[in-house]
Write a protein that binds this ligand. Structure first.
Ligand code: NAI
Length: 279
């Protein structure tokens, strides 16, 4: 069925961080934002540009500009927002869809983290939100909307989420802290806490398939996919949510409110009976 668009972002301009490939949340967000009439610069780390197929996404989004920027580098962000200013004048939205943990990639246990990588995880995945808002401030229009992607691992322990749990807790705190200060300019800052989704970052987490299945079975609506995430993010970038700020908004099919349901209980019972010694 053809997708319906509502022109929710007509005339809005912005910057979208973190599209790597078609699976990326930011990729789907870019497609939906474009469909709703938004214009934007696509950006990713210079090193990721070698693997990312951003020219394809740019083409699908009306030849959106692509600018390389490492979110841990002030000079890259400064250049990026200067480019945004010369292209658009001012910007109305920023999407932060960036994360990386070398400790997760190298399967370092939490109790034995390599601190050099831990600091890098925090820098790329959390402090980058502070850094990008700081450099965007002169370019942000009053009434702009900033959205960052997060995961419930910031509040609850999912053992293999490792140091990203800490990074997401910091990311959410930065969103609230900066959001509180930007209220006088009617700029809002929110985080969207998304279901497990099969992406490059997601698939890199040990036991991700089990995590995905568990969440899918426990959530009353099942896991939310990347396209659904993009739909939700579009509403937060639009004027329909102009009084929503400092929030961590769950987009997870209801998972965050669940404890147990019959589907998961049945699986537990099956596994318990399989573990019984045979007579
Ligand atoms: P992804 O791997 O497609 O996106 C992560 C992006 O971060 C990549 O484009 C990567 O190049 C970029 N990045 C890494 N280091 C960077 C740097 N130094 N400078 C600039 N960009 C850099 O994976 P996904 O899943 O789309 O991740 C997007 C966001 O969504 C992340 O914040 C992730 O934690 C969050 N998220 C993902 C979930 C999942 O299950 N996939 C669930 C909930 C949140």
């Amino acid at each position: 069925m053809a997708r319906k668009y509502y022109g929710l972002l007509e005339g809005k301009k912005g910057v979208i961080f973190g599209a790597l490939n078609e699976q990326s949340l930011a990729w789907q967000i870019a497609l939906q934002v474009y469909g709703e009439g938004g214009q934007f610069i696509l950006t990713n780390a210079p090193i990721a540009m070698r693997f990312a197929s951003l020219d394809v996404l740019s083409y699908q989004c009306g030849n959106a500009s692509v600018v390389a920027a490492d979110v841990t580098k002030d000079e890259d962000l400064q250049q990026l927002f200067t480019e945004a200013q010369s292209r658009f004048g001012g910007i109305d939205f920023i999407v932060h869809s960036v994360g990386r943990s070398e400790n997760i990639r190298k399967k370092t246990p939490y109790e034995n983290l390599r601190y050099e990588w831990y600091l890098k995880t925090l820098d790329i995945s959390a402090i980058s939100l502070h850094r990008m808002i700081l450099h965007a401030l002169p370019v942000l229009n009053d009434g702009a909307s900033i959205v960052a992607l997060t995961y419930i691992g910031s509040h609850r322990i999912f053992s293999e989420y490792n140091d990203m749990s800490d990074a997401k807790a910091l990311l959410e705190a930065i969103a609230r802290n900066f959001g509180a200060r930007l209220g006088e300019r009617k700029i809002r800052v929110n985080t969207v806490s998304q279901s497990p989704t099969h992406t490059t970052a997601g698939n890199g987490i040990a036991g991700f398939d089990a995590l995905y299945e568990f969440a899918d079975k426990l959530s009353p609506l099942g896991n939310a996919n990347a396209e659904e995430c993009a739909d939700y993010v579009v509403t937060l970038l639009s004027d329909l949510t102009s009084k929503v700020t400092l929030q961590n908004l769950y987009h997870d099919g209801g998972f965050s409110q669940m404890g147990m349901n019959e589907r998961v209980m049945r699986l537990m019972e099956l596994s318990a009976s399989a573990a019984q010694p045979q007579p």
